[in-house]
Write a protein that binds this ligand. Structure first.
Ligand code: HEC
Length: 141
């Protein structure tokens, strides 16, 4: 192989990385490999304010059943801050991850009194646990 071909090959391999698909798939991988027990443990923090099971009332925070795919600030019957309701955020794995990392960075001035946490693995674990327990809106036993 000529030096030029080698460089061309290396560039072709790097292309998907440059295309920016990395963030999402890395997060998907983290979620797929997450420790659900740890996620459940971490969700205890969220649970002081958020139920996840369908049909339970809102608490300090809105019920998070079916939150994935929902526009931020749109659960009926919960009084959101204006900034969250008008944020234009739609909840998916990436926005949820950013929110749990640092709510005030994603939507400055929001009313969720929670600082977030920095561990990528722990956030993935919480998201995985939420997905397995109703955050995707599927009925759970
Ligand atoms: C101290 C109470 C409290 C804790 C703890 C808390 N939240 Fe919240 N959460 C809220 C409140 C209040 C809002 C509404 C914020 C607003 O209106 O600006 C909210 C909003 C949200 C939303 C947006 C819901 C929607 O319908 O748009 C998500 C998602 C969310 N929280 C996830 C979590 C997760 C996951 C955790 C744990 C890692 C957590 N929250 C911890 C109080 C809390």
């Amino acid at each position: 192989m000529t030096r030029r071909r080698r460089i061309a090959t290396r560039f072709a391999l790097a292309m998907p990385l440059l295309a920016g698909a990395v963030g999402a798939s890395e997060l998907d991988d983290r979620i797929a490999g997450a420790n659900l027990k740890r996620g459940q443990l971490f969700y205890m923090q969220c649970k002081t304010c958020h139920d996840l099971e369908a049909g339970l009332p809102h608490r300090v925070g809105p019920n998070l059943n079916g939150v994935l795919g929902r526009k931020a600030g749109s659960a009926a019957g919960f009084k959101y801050s204006d900034v969250l309701a008008k944020s234009g955020v739609v909840w998916d794995r990436e926005t949820l991850d950013a929110w749990i990392r640092q709510p005030a960075a994603l939507v400055p001035g929001n009313a969720m009194a929670y600082p977030g946490f920095a561990s990528d693995a722990d956030r993935a674990a919480v998201i995985a646990w939420m997905l397995a327990n109703g955050a995707d809106g599927a009925a759970k036993p």
